[in-house]
Write a protein of this length. Structure first.
Length: 158
């Protein structure tokens, strides 16, 4: 089989797989994002943060959250790298330079994960765990929240 035929077969198989799962997976996600019931831990979190989960959020507040959360994330990850020499498990590694720290903070917050250094010789465990790994999770969560907010107006009302 030629490389072209293998590539076309792979694309065809991907299209078939997406056609098979898009309805059940889409219905599952719709149930997850529109469920009115709240778990106990969610209810406690809502009370502590004084959030009413049954009210709609207006777009300026949503936009401020979507832009403010990554801004704070960039600053915290930048500071974590700059103060690495004072953190535990730094293995004697000094602070990351300001340009590399800023580049890495923006990169991981935007979920591009571009690195211009060797992480094993530049970063300690705390920066990698509490900084980069956390950003891998929350940057994807922000992306999912934005995707749901964009799709939600087009979805049928409950």
């Amino acid at each position: 089989m030629s490389a072209t035929a293998a590539g076309l077969a792979q694309v065809g198989l991907l299209v078939v797989a997406l056609a098979v799962v898009y309805m059940p997976f889409g219905n599952y996600l719709a149930r997850v994002y529109t469920d009115d019931r709240h778990w106990r831990v969610e209810t406690v979190l809502y009370r502590v943060t004084r959030v009413n989960p049954d009210t709609e959020q207006c777009w300026p507040i949503y936009a401020a959250g979507v832009l403010g959360f990554p801004f704070v994330s960039i600053m915290l990850l930048y500071l974590l790298q700059r103060f690495q020499s004072w953190l535990p498990l730094n293995f004697g590694r000094g602070a990351v330079g300001p340009t590399i720290a800023f580049n890495t903070a923006v990169s991981f917050t935007t979920n591009t994960n571009w690195q211009s250094y060797v992480p094993e010789t530049t970063l300690g465990h705390i920066v990698q765990m509490a900084g980069l790994t956390v950003q891998n999770l929350v940057s994807a969560a922000v992306g999912m929240a934005v995707a749901v907010a964009l799709v939600r107006p087009a979805s049928p009302r409950r």
